[in-house]
Design a protein around this ligand. Structure first.
Ligand code: NAD
Ligand code: UFG
Length: 337
């Protein structure tokens, strides 16, 4: 298939492009590089040993998107492009709604105009808000506590409306839990700007000596060791689910909503321990107050993904930490290394 990958130069996108090409698909990457480096594309080209077709453009631009469809016959779109920093979204809601919601509607409109009606959308476990129980099933109630989460919910709803208006659309909403780790080669991985917000890049930068210590946000949650529990999923497992979704998309006759997680939760302190084991380094930490908006426990019931996509996550936390560490060690300054 020929797949347009918006945000294909980013963290999850770049890993997905590798797996798509390895599975024999053709890929067109569309990215404005607002949160990605062109070096990531060069590294992907090295891994797959071929040139990648890249179009530099913004999903908010009809003209830039149309140029892609003028030149390529696209079978399906995997839509990663978006902004993802929760804190920043609270400070700059207009930017988040413009980029994530308006940008997505422009993309869907251009797709429809060009009779391309198959889309896989990057949603997030954040749409479950503070779940009443775990593991989380796809039919749990949704809610959002910040503009980022709301932008994901809005795009989900928009896509459901699109389907109601035209049932030729094939729509898959993938709700990711916590993506971590990196490609085995250690040449592509997560490259956050400035101080990382997320746990794993912060731990990796502490292990490599870039940060003095990790602040553990709260040790008084109702969890086995008091620290927050999450469902960490290896980015390559996540990428693999996208390949499976794209290959099965023509069979779907309703909007598919699918959790992508491992089904297991690990606490902050368990992740610190796993990373210390993988890296052979110490990760100093201090207990700090809870972070606003955090919940105690979040992990998926991933059985629907198995049933519908034939997909299960196969990489455990040791492998997530080993691969994340290899990337961090080989690229202490990310793609600028
Ligand atoms: P990322 O920032 O590494 O990748 C996003 C890519 O989209 C970047 O390459 C960026 O340059 C590009 N982009 C952003 N706005 C654009 C625009 N207007 N036009 C064109 N390109 C644009 O993020 P990621 O971690 O790879 O996440 C990919 C998607 O998955 C995002 O939609 C994110 O919200 C979602 N998601 C991520 C996580 C996570 O923890 N990483 C969890 C759940 C959902
Ligand atoms: N944590 C710390 N110290 C840190 C960073 C995080 O103790 O420096 C803790 C958090 O309190 C939480 C856990 O580590 O208990 C994981 O935090 P992350 O920030 O890595 O991930 P979140 O679960 O808070 O959120 C992430 C993304 C969201 C996304 C969600 C579900 O940031 O955008 O996963 O996919 F919606």
């Amino acid at each position: 298939m020929k797949v347009l990958v918006t945000g294909g130069a980013g963290y999850i996108g770049s890993h997905t492009v590798v797996l798509l090409i390895e599975a024999g698909h053709e890929v067109v990457v569309f990215d404005n590089f607002c949160n990605a480096s062109k070096e990531s594309i060069r590294r992907v080209e090295k891994i797959v040993n071929q040139k990648i077709t890249v179009v530099e453009g913004d999903i908010r631009s009809r003209e830039e998107l149309q140029k892609v469809f003028d030149v390529h016959t696209i079978d399906a779109v995997i839509h990663f492009a978006g902004l993802k920093a929760v804190g920043e979204s609270v400070e700059k809601p207009f930017i988040y709604y413009d980029n994530n919601v308006h940008g997505s509607t422009v993309l869907f409109e251009v797709m429809a105009k060009n009779a391309c009606k198959s889309i896989i959308f990057s949603s997030s476990a954040t749409v479950y808000g503070d779940p009443h129980t775990t593991p989380i099933l796809e039919n749990f109630p949704t809610s959002a506590t910040n503009p980022y989460g709301r932008s994901k919910l809005m795009v989900e709803e928009i896509l459901r409306d699109v389907y109601v208006s035209d049932s030729e659309w094939k729509i898959v909403l993938l709700r990711y839990f916590n993506p971590v780790g990196a490609h085995k080669s250690g040449t592509i991985g997560e490259d956050p700007n400035g101080i990382p917000n997320n746990l794993m890049p912060f731990i990796a930068q502490t292990a490599v000596g870039k940060r003095e210590y990790l602040s553990v946000f709260g040790d008084d949650y109702d969890t086995p060791d008091g620290t927050g529990v999450r469902d960490y999923i290896h980015v390559v497992d996540l990428a693999d689910a996208h390949v499976k979704a794209v290959e099965k998309i023509s069979n779907f006759n309703e909007v598919m909503t699918i959790n992508l997680g491992t089904g297991k939760g690990y606490s902050v302190l368990e992740m610190v321990k796993a990373f210390e084991k993988a890296s052979g380094r110490r990760v100093p930490y201090k207990i700090a107050p809870r972070r606003a908006g955090d919940i105690a426990t979040c992990f998926a019931d991933p059985s629907y993904a198995k049933e519908i996509l034939g997909w299960v996550a196969t990489r455990g936390v040791d492998e997530m930490c080993e691969d994340g560490w290899r990337w961090q060690m080989s690229n202490p300054m990310g793609y600028k290394s």
